[in-house]
Ligand binder design. Structure first.
Ligand code: ZN
Length: 457
């Protein structure tokens, strides 16, 4: 008798659990990380950087295109959790498949992304990803970390004290430039933005699979040619897997899924019929900005060195260069070293995750070859000048490789690539960049950074 009584509740519980699971929403709970700034300061910071961005970008102000993207973006943003921001969405006359968001809701979508999307749901996915960066406050989270790295005592003195947002931006060297804090996020941040974007898409009634479809599409199309979206937004394979998992967690599909609209197709046709952007992609009148020295090289690297203490590395660099970025993605540039959002004089430090074989072993040489292959895929005019040779940095084995590429100034540049591996098998690389004619003047400064470079583990 007893076993029967016991069994009945178990079966009931199972039925209930199964019944509920068809509707269960077990979405990943996402929250903004640590931040020194208030949400209002996100808006202030975003507005300042957006002014600088718009003086350098060509914005499409065509009525139908601009109003369609802005209203689609606002609909999506209304579904974002957390603080409310005064979102605005603009279309950039740039054929590269890309989009970016500044803190406080200033979102820019390249025409290339709209032209590449098959339907409204796919472009909504790209925009929802960018909204995720805003809602999760990734820009000011990075700015907070950089601020504390530079001024660790400021947190005791009331954080920003009397500093205005403008002076914080100036102090951190944040502007609208390549590898700027607001344009390059960590892998974690990208993954979070994907998940929140998927949730926003779902909550707005779109088929969340559109996010996966668009990733797969640009991954397929970017083989051989440069897809900026994945150089700014790395690791497509892992990201697709994570998005698929999130779609399962969201549970049953929303009723009456939105996929496409006649308005989207009309906007896409209109863009495809528009003349190609001017070669630089910039408006002809305002394509220069302070520090953009096309008429002359920046000041020579100083021989006085200062120390950079990062989370996972430290090194020394000339005191007239400024570090941008944080974590393991850092650009070091003199004033005027960045031209048209590309580094013309200076150094970049980044990481690369090589592909491991089944036995999980990979030499530094093999990992470096993978990196060089990867770089030449996104830089079709890159050439190998000198194959890797072994060097040692503070007792750690490293490889030194010389490359040449197109300079953003026109003509060729020489790139000195140095690679080394941390204990987990992540490849760290440093690239010193200078126009070939100027390389001799910079080689010593590159060597200063390289020979002082230390990984913490
Ligand atoms: Zn992103």
């Amino acid at each position: 008798m007893l076993p029967k009584k016991v069994r009945l509740p178990i079966i009931l519980t199972l039925v209930l659990a199964l019944g509920l699971s068809a509707y269960a929403d077990t979405r990943t709970h996402l929250k903004p990380g640590w931040n020194l700034f208030s949400p209002d300061q996100d808006v202030e910071m975003g507005r300042q950087v957006s002014k600088e961005a718009e003086s350098q970008l060509s914005i499409i102000r065509n009525g139908t295109v601009a109003s369609y993207i802005d209203s689609l973006g606002r609909q999506l943003a209304s579904r974002a959790p957390g603080d409310k921001y005064p979102y605005q969405f603009k279309v950039v006359n740039d054929k590269a498949i890309n989009a970016f968001a500044l803190p406080g809701g200033f979102v820019y979508v390249n025409r290339g992304a709209i032209e590449a999307a098959d339907n409204e749901a796919q472009i909504a996915g790209v925009m929802a990803h960018e909204i995720g960066h805003v809602a999760l406050r990734h820009g000011t989270n990075q700015a907070s970390k950089a601020y504390i790295a530079q001024a660790p005592l400021s947190i005791l003195g009331g954080v920003l004290g009397s500093n205005s947002i403008g002076s914080v931006l100036a102090q951190l060297g944040i502007g609208f430039a390549a590898n700027s804090l607001f344009l390059k996020y960590s892998r974690d941040a990208e993954s979070q933005a994907d998940l929140m974007g998927t949730q926003i898409l779902y909550d707005s009634g779109y088929n969340p699979n559109a996010m996966v479809e668009f990733f797969e599409k640009i991954q397929a199309e970017s083989k051989g040619s440069a897809s900026q979206f994945f150089s700014d937004h790395p690791n497509p394979e892992n990201r697709i897997t994570h998005v698929k998992q999130e779609i399962v967690k969201l549970g049953a599909a929303p009723p009456r899924l939105r996929g496409d609209s006649a308005e989207f197709q009309a906007v896409k046709r209109e863009l495809l019929g528009m003349p190609a952007p001017s070669k630089s992609g910039l408006p002809s009148s305002s394509n220069r900005r302070p520090g953009d020295t096309r008429t002359g090289a920046p000041a020579a690297p100083s021989s006085r060195l200062v120390t950079y203490n990062g989370r996972d590395m430290d090194f020394r660099y000339p005191d007239n260069w400024r570090p941008y970025g944080q974590g393991s993605v850092i650009t070091l540039a003199p004033d005027g070293g960045v031209v048209n959002n590309n580094l013309a004089w200076g150094m970049m430090i980044e990481t690369f995750e090589p592909h491991y074989d089944r036995d999980g072993r990979l030499s530094l040489e093999e990992a470096t070859d993978q990196l060089v292959d990867d770089l030449s895929r996104t830089n079709p005019n890159m050439r190998l000048l000198q194959r890797h040779e072994r060097i040692s940095i503070n007792g750690q084995p490293a490889l030194s490789t010389r490359l040449s590429n197109e300079s953003p100034l026109g003509g060729r540049e020489t790139d000195w690539l140095v690679t080394l591996m941390d204990r987990d098998g992540t490849l760290y690389y440093l690239i010193g960049v200078a126009p070939s004619a100027d390389f001799n003047r910079y080689e010593g400064a590159f060597d200063d950074v390289i020979s002082s470079f230390r990984l913490r583990y």
